[in-house]
Design a protein around this ligand. Structure first.
Ligand code: HEM
Length: 461
């Protein structure tokens, strides 16, 4: 095989390419480096090397699970401090991954998720009733509202627990600990080697946040076991407590259940909240798309509350969400490693110790797949006849293969319902008509400072 050197931006002694990565905006730095160095380049951040891939041609190979599988890259390694061997942060080789995957999969299948519709509607209604009360003159912080909504939704659907985020200003202590721990996990990954152990106070806070999350989780487990009606509840917690792995016959330990609970709350809220925030932004920027979506919602629902059966007729809303995830995939990066030595794209040799980051925002704009108008918001791209013609692995917002997102049907149903209700009940507009999109990065991406005004379309009942 004729191998090729991999492009790499110029390095500095010791730090390597660290100066080229803005620590507050790592994804945006990678996007601009991809613009300069192309669909496959290499970086060295102090002592960590990685490759960054972003064309459909290369990503299609990287998604071949007979050659590559998931790598727990830096941020995920950090999150293990509080999500342990939960599904998201387990190594492929850890037995708890397969066991929990087999036990929990049915709950996230179409039937399981349809059963959660009423609880999703309960929380969405709380948010929109609040918007109605605010009236048309109050600016609404979209990402803040959507985060309260997605957190409350996953907690209610998964554990029958109410954070009641729409009834309090302060965050629930569990949520505050989680937000703090996630922020610190992000910072830890970006600090120079040795720094983390020097920042004693931050390390202490990190540990106490992790401990608080576990103790709330263990409390919920204990309460459920004590509750005489607990066994009748149809939620994830009962499945975790009582489910048996069909292969080993074993259940999950309380420690692992605690990690799964933290995992679902983390994985289940920021990504969906970012998706809803970007979809709102993109519809506001594309009034024709907004009008079309509104017309479909009105035709299907009129004034009545949506039911789970309506979702099949609201596929266009799903296409809007898919197109939003194409332009702004909220979990923007996932990482893989080769199972054995291999050559990528017939040109780049790779070995099992290598890490390849898949940079979705650039993959999702590959002109070879999406054409010269790749930057344009066109939900029709995901209409079934058009989507069927897309090459494989061109759209990867939910990751890949066995380690792809287990919560995809949950997230899509929730987001479809919320967007539908928003279009049905409100005329929305930018609070600042001159708003320019700015991306805020944590573990995920969100539009920063996006505020809207929402005018109820009809008097509330
Ligand atoms: C995994 C994206 C919503 C739970 C993943 C991965 C991605 C992703 C990219 C793969 C990560 C990797 O390869 O390292 C998203 C997006 C969402 C979303 C964009 C919303 C729009 C959810 C929800 C839940 C959830 C609502 C829970 C209810 C998980 C879990 C995993 C995962 C548990 C790990 C799966 C495994 O490895 O077995 N997600 N996710 N996600 N997601 Fe999601």
């Amino acid at each position: 095989v004729q191998t090729h050197p991999v492009p790499q931006p110029p390095t500095r002694p010791i730090v390597g390419n660290l100066p080229q990565i803005d620590s507050d905006n790592p994804v945006q730095s990678l996007i601009s480096l991809a613009g300069e160095y192309g669909p496959f380049f290499k970086l060295r951040l102090v002592d960590t090397e990685m490759y960054v891939a972003s064309s459909q041609e290369l990503v299609n190979e990287l998604c071949d699970e007979s050659r590559f599988n998931k790598r727990l890259h830096g941020p995920l390694q950090e999150i293990r401090a509080f999500a342990g061997d939960g599904l998201f942060t387990a190594h492929n080789s850890e037995p708890n991954w397969e066991k929990a995957h087999r036990i929990l999969m049915p709950a996230f299948g179409p039937i399981g998720v349809r059963g959660m519709f009423d609880r999703m509607l309960d929380i969405a209604d709380q948010m929109f009733v609040r918007w109605e009360r605010f009236g048309p003159d109050a600016p609404i912080d979209v990402a803040d509202n959507m985060t309260r909504l997605t957190l409350d939704t996953i907690a209610l659907c998964a554990f029958d627990y109410r954070f009641n985020s729409f009834y309090r200003e302060e965050l629930h202590p569990f949520v505050a600990a989680m937000v703090g721990a996630l922020q610190e996990a992000g910072m830890r990954g970006r600090r120079l080697p040795g720094m983390n152990s020097l920042l004693v106070h931050k390390a202490q806070r990190y540990r106490s946040n992790a401990a608080l999350m576990q103790s709330v989780a263990q409390q919920l487990i204990a309460e459920r076991r004590r509750d005489p009606e607990g066994a009748a509840k149809q939620d994830l917690l009962n499945l975790m407590l009582n489910g048996r792995d069909p292969v080993t016959g074993e259940g999950l330990s309380d420690e692992n259940i605690g990690y799964q609970m933290v995992t679902f709350l983390i994985a289940g809220h920021e990504t969906t909240s970012g998706l809803l925030s970007f979809a709102t932004y993109l519809l506001l920027k594309n009034p024709e798309a907004m009008a079309r979506a509104r017309a479909i919602v009105d035709a299907v629902l009129g004034d009545r509350m949506p039911r789970v059966e309506d979702l099949a007729q609201l596929r266009h809303i799903e296409q809007i969400l898919m197109e939003s995830l194409r332009l702004w995939p909220t979990a923007s990066i996932f990482a893989v490693k080769p199972l054995e030595e291999t050559v990528l794209g017939g040109r780049y040799p790779l070995k099992p110790s290598d890490t390849v980051l898949i940079l979705e925002p650039v993959l999702h704009r590959d002109p070879a797949v999406w054409g010269p108008d790749a930057e344009a918001f066109r939900p029709e791209r995901f209409a079934p006849e058009t989507a069927a013609k897309l090459p494989p692995n061109a759209w990867k917002p939910f990751g890949n293969g066995a380690r792809a997102c287990i919560g995809r049907p949950f997230a899509m149903q929730e987001a479809q319902l919320v967007l539908t209700l928003m279009l049905q009940r409100f005329d929305i507009a930018f609070d600042d008509p001159g708003y320019r999109l700015k991306i805020h990065e944590t573990l995920t991406i969100k539009p920063e400072g996006l505020r809207i005004r929402a005018t109820p379309r009809r008097p509330s009942a």
